[in-house]
Design a protein around this ligand. Structure first.
Ligand SMILES: Cc1cc2nc3c(=O)[nH]c(=O)nc-3n(C[C@H](O)[C@H](O)[C@H](O)COP(=O)(O)O)c2cc1C
Ligand code: SF4
Length: 499
């Protein structure tokens, strides 16, 4: 499916030209001016590095030396706010993603906090994004799918009997049904399998929050508030300045907010139903961490999938979150599973492909509007509605921000309160520091062609093509990625000595 318009012919866009400010201009600027988040936490600047998963945790979710080194490198640029990657709230195996679902993760997370404090000289406020996600399996070998995974139901037998015009299939033994399907042609499969069974064959099995026939999905509203609240308590105990509830992209909470959420138990269908669990989670978290701890939400200004939520929904949700006392709203876009590209056999579907994926992390190959600041209008609409409703809740925007002037203009026009940059900060984590020092001309500029995202897609350690091959093999201080070919961290940078 596509929600594209006829103007969506893709062309390569040049990077926006940058006129970098002098030190004095920076000192007077909005982007580099302080902001209060929540009741009393002051961020020294409105510069912001949003969550990015770098695939550096251990397989059982612990902080590693590589995780510390990654965040240390961002901290050296001293952004106003740095948000640690999506971190799982459950204590379940989830590959090399950070976890916060048990107290045994606390010592590692506390070291992460100490590292960022030290490397940023206490200037960077550190939040952690906390996430829940549902099961997504890899696309199976068709042989295995028919031999093992596909449940052979009476409904399937009835479909076979109808399609083959042979009543005998209503009673056919499971083995025979499996054997038949393994050899069946595509038309037969498309006729007898349900949409979800076909999807499990072609893309891999994937749960939905509206799968009420599954007891653990039915139970989500009962279990998630406590899981999020406990994770937030641990974040507070580890010393983070705040938590960010991950209500964006392809994951559980965004799916509750989605217009596609058809749950019939009071947690779906209407706007009130869809926002109910996200509000219950927010309240549970707030009750656990107290009134002064920063609790933010990252959510979608537009899902960019057919039948999904649009900016009108996001505006309405934003006001509800503000009424419920959220301390900031960070607005993202797209990144849903519904329109994701078909994965190869053995790989899992990746939500940053397809139309909604390219809206989430837009590249220079874009339609006439181009990738730069493309999502700002969503943040602006939400912010306007908040202010009209009397809420001063700060709004964070991101998506294709790569120059000082872009960020400054967004703030000047009142479209957002903080301006975040993910890939530009990955390309050059020192860029805020360089700008602050009046050395903007030294910024290594992101090219927005998504090499880093390709690594993320394959769950490989994320690096940037602008620095990962800048290797001196004789330098013992350089840590290499597990493939032995890329440096894991950007080269160090120090300002040139003043003359
Ligand atoms: C490698 C990578 C990992 C990401 N991981 C997360 C994540 O854990 N949570 C999240 O909300 N967004 C994640 N994002 C999305 C970014 O936070 C950001 O919204 C997106 O890249 C667009 O901003 P940009 O144009 O400044 O890069 C990730 C992006 C990249 C490139
Ligand atoms: S790999 Fe490409 S898109 Fe990613 S940060 Fe580097 S230059 Fe930007």
């Amino acid at each position: 499916m596509s929600v594209s318009t006829p103007e969506r012919k893709r062309v390569r866009h040049p990077l926006p030209p940058a006129r970098w400010p002098t030190r004095e201009e920076v000192a007077r600027s909005r982007w580099f001016s302080p902001i209060t988040l929540g009741t009393r936490l002051v961020a020294a600047e409105r510069t912001w590095v949003p969550a990015m998963v770098p695939w550096r945790a251990t397989d059982d979710g612990f902080v590693t030396e590589d995780v510390l080194a990654w965040y240390a490198r961002f901290a050296e640029g001293e952004p106003g706010v740095l948000v640690v990657e999506a971190t799982g709230i459950r204590d379940i195996p989830s590959g090399p993603l950070l976890r916060i679902g048990d107290d045994r993760f606390l010592p590692g997370l506390a070291r992460l906090v100490d590292t960022v404090r030290e490397k940023s000289h206490g200037r960077t406020r550190l939040f952690i994004q906390i996430i829940d996600f549902l099961t997504v399996r890899r696309r199976p070998e068709p042989e295995k799918y028919f031999a093992r995974y596909l449940p052979i139901t009476d409904a399937l037998r009835v479909q076979l009997a109808l399609w083959l015009d042979d009543k005998r299939w209503r009673e056919a033994p499971e083995d025979e049904v499996r054997r038949f399907l393994r050899e069946a042609d595509r038309v037969t499969l498309e006729t007898v399998l349900t949409d979800r069974e076909l999807e499990a064959l072609d893309y891999g099995y994937r749960e939905r929050v509206w799968d009420l026939h599954l007891p653990w999905i039915r139970e989500l509203p009962r279990v998630l508030p406590a899981l999020f609240a406990e994770a937030a308590r641990r974040a507070q105990a580890a010393g983070f300045d705040g938590v960010e509830l991950h209500y964006a992209h392809a994951y559980t909470m965004a799916s509750f907010l989605s217009r596609l959420n058809t749950r019939t138990d009071g947690y779906g269908a209407s706007l009130d139903g869809r926002v109910r669990l996200p509000l219950e989670v927010l309240r549970a978290v707030r009750a656990r961490v107290g009134p002064d701890y920063v609790v933010g939400i990252r959510y979608l200004g537009d899902e960019v999938v057919e039948g999904g939520s649009r900016v009108e929904d996001a505006v309405w949700f934003g006001v509800r979150f503000a009424e419920a006392g959220v301390d900031y709203l960070s607005v993202s876009k797209g990144g849903r599973f519904e329109d994701a590209k078909q994965p190869k056999v053995g790989e899992a579907v990746y939500p940053y492909t397809g139309e909604s994926g390219s809206e989430c992390m837009p590249t220079v190959f874009s339609d006439a509007r181009g990738p730069f600041g493309r999502n700002v209008c969503l943040a602006a609409a939400i912010r306007r509605a908040l202010r009209d409703a009397g809420h001063a809740t700060p709004v964070v925007t991101s998506g294709g921000i790569t120059t000082f002037e872009q960020a400054e203009a967004i703030l000047e026009r009142g479209e957002a309160d903080c301006v975040a940059a993910a890939r530009q900060s990955l390309a050059d984590p020192d860029w805020f520091r360089k700008i602050r020092l009046g050395l903007g001309h030294l910024v290594r500029r992101c090219e927005f062609t998504n090499y880093c995202e390709g690594l993320d897609q394959r769950h490989k350690q994320v690096t940037c093509k602008l620095w990962d091959r800048k290797l001196d093999p004789t330098d013992p201080s350089v840590t290499l990625a597990s493939d032995g070919r890329r440096r894991l961290l950007p080269p160090p940078w120090e300002p040139p000595a003043e003359r």
